[in-house]
Design a protein around this ligand. Structure first.
Ligand code: UFG
Length: 331
C-alpha cells in the first residue's frame, strides 16, 4: 500500500514515516518545512516540499503518485499557548488547510484519512480518565481548530464517503530509541524538551507555569505517550480503514498522569542532573488534568503501546538531546 504522509518531516510524522518504511510500506511525504526538518525524513520515502493548502501542488502530488490509497495527516500547528495569541493562524492553517485537502482528495478519489486530533478538544473534562464519549468543549483555539476538523470530516464522510480516523493524542514525548530522530521545535515550548535542555546546559532554568491548580501538588497533570507508539497507532488506524471499517475517533495516551513536578523529578533521576527550576504564573489555556482512557484503541485497533513507563520515555528523549544539543541544526 502507498501512503501519503502530510507533515512527515515533523516530530510525530517523522516517527510514523520511519515505522512505515521499516514495515515495508511505500511512503510519499509532503511537508512545507516551516516547522519540520528534512533530516528527520527517512530517505526511503519520496519527499515533496509544499503546502497542503496549495490545491494545485496537492493535485500534482496525487497525479504523480496515483497508487496513493490513504492519507495520514499531521500537517498542523500544535502549540496551545501560541494559539491563544494567534487564533486565526490556527484556524487558517489547521481548519482551512483541512478543507482544501479534502476537496482535492474528493477530486482524485482518495477516500481514507487518518488525522491528528488532540486531547485539547476536550477542554476541561468532567470525567478522568477521559473516554471518547466525553463532551468536547475546547478552552483554547488550537483544540477548537482540531475539533472543527473532526466535525468537517464527519460531514465529508456523510456527503463524499471520505472515511476518517481521528486520533486524539495526549502529551507526546520521547525520541527514537537509537537517538536518530527526536523533538526539535523552534522556539521550544513543551515541558519535557525544555526540562532536558536545562539538563543538557543549553537553557538556564525551567519555569513551572502555575502551582495553584486543582491537583495533588498544584501543578498540571498530563498523560505522556511515545511517538513510536503513536506511529503504530496510525499504521493500525490506516489498516482499520483499509479493512472497510466506519469512521471513528480514538484517544491515544498511557492512562497514567504525571504532574509537571513529577516530570521534573523523573528527569532529574534519569539524567542525574540538578535541573534548576522555579515557579512562574499560570500559562493561558492549560486544563488542570488530562488523562486518557485508551481502552477503545487497544480493543478496536489492537494497539499495544510499548513505552508505558515515564522513565523509559525520558531516557529516549535524553539520548536525543545529548546527541543533538542543537536539534537537527537547520533552523
Ligand atoms: N510547562 C511548564 N513550563 C514550560 C513548558 C510547559 O510548566 O516551560 C507546563 C505547561 O504549563 C503544562 C505542561 O507543562 O502544564 C505541559 O505543557 P506542554 O506545552 O508540554 O504541552 P500541552 O499540555 O500544553 O500540550 C500538548 C501538545 C498539544 C496537545 C496537548 C494534549 O502540545 O498539542 O499536549 O494534552 F493538545
Amino acid at each position: 500500500m502507498t501512503i501519503l504522509v502530510l507533515g512527515g518531516a515533523g516530530y510525530i510524522g517523522s516517527h510514523t514515516v520511519d515505522r512505515l518504511v521499516t514495515n515495508g510500506e511505500k511512503v510519499v511525504v509532503v511537508d512545507n518545512l516551516v516547522t519540520g526538518h528534512i533530516d528527520a525524513v527517512n530517505s526511503s520515502a519520496k519527499f515533496y516540499q509544499g503546502d497542503i493548502a496549495d490545491k494545485d501542488f496537492m493535485r500534482h502530488v496525487f497525479k504523480e503518485n496515483p497508487e496513493i490509497e490513504a492519507v495520514i495527516h499531521f500537517a498542523a500547528f500544535s502549540l496551545v499557548a501560541e494559539s491563544m495569541k494567534k487564533p486565526l493562524k490556527y484556524f487558517d492553517n489547521n481548519t482551512a488547510g483541512m478543507i482544501k485537502l479534502l476537496e482535492v482528495m474528493n477530486e482524485v478519489g482518495v477516500n481514507k484519512i487518518v488525522f491528528s486530533s488532540t486531547a485539547a478538544t476536550y477542554g476541561i473534562p468532567k470525567n478522568i480518565p477521559i473516554t471518547e464519549e466525553e463532551f468536547q468543549n475546547p478552552i483554547n483555539p488550537y483544540g477548537e481548530s482540531k475539533l472543527m476538523m473532526e466535525k468537517i470530516m464527519r460531514w465529508a464522510d456523510e456527503a463524499n464517503g471520505i472515511k476518517f480516523v481521528a486520533l486524539r493524542y495526549f502529551n507526546v514525548a520521547g525520541a527514537k530509541p537509537d537517538g536518530s530522530i527526536g523533538e526539535d521545535h523552534n522556539p521550544e515550548t513543551h515541558l519535557l524538551p525544555i526540562v532536558l535542555q536545562v539538563a543538557a546546559g543549553t537553557r538556564a532554568k525551567l519555569q513551572i507555569f502555575g502551582d495553584d491548580y486543582n491537583t495533588a501538588d498544584g501543578t498540571n497533570v498530563r498523560d505522556y505517550v511515545h511517538p513510536f507508539d503513536l506511529a503504530d497507532a496510525h499504521i493500525l488506524a490506516t489498516k482499520y480503514l483499509s479493512d472497510g471499517n466506519e469512521s471513528s475517533a480514538f484517544n491515544l495516551g498511557s492512562s497514567t498522569g504525571f504532574s509537571n513536578l513529577e516530570i521534573l523529578k523523573a528527569a532529574r533521576d534519569v539524567t542525574g542532573k540538578e535541573i534548576p527550576a522555579q515557579m512562574a504564573p499560570r500559562r493561558g489555556g492549560d486544563p488542570d488534568t488530562l488523562i486518557a482512557a485508551s481502552d477503545k484503541a487497544r480493543k478496536v485497533l489492537g494497539w499495544q503501546p510499548q513505552f508505558d513507563d515515564i522513565h523509559k520515555i525520558i531516557e529516549t528523549a535524553w539520548k536525543w538531546h545529548e546527541t543533538h544539543p542543537n536539534g537537527y541544526g537547520d533552523k
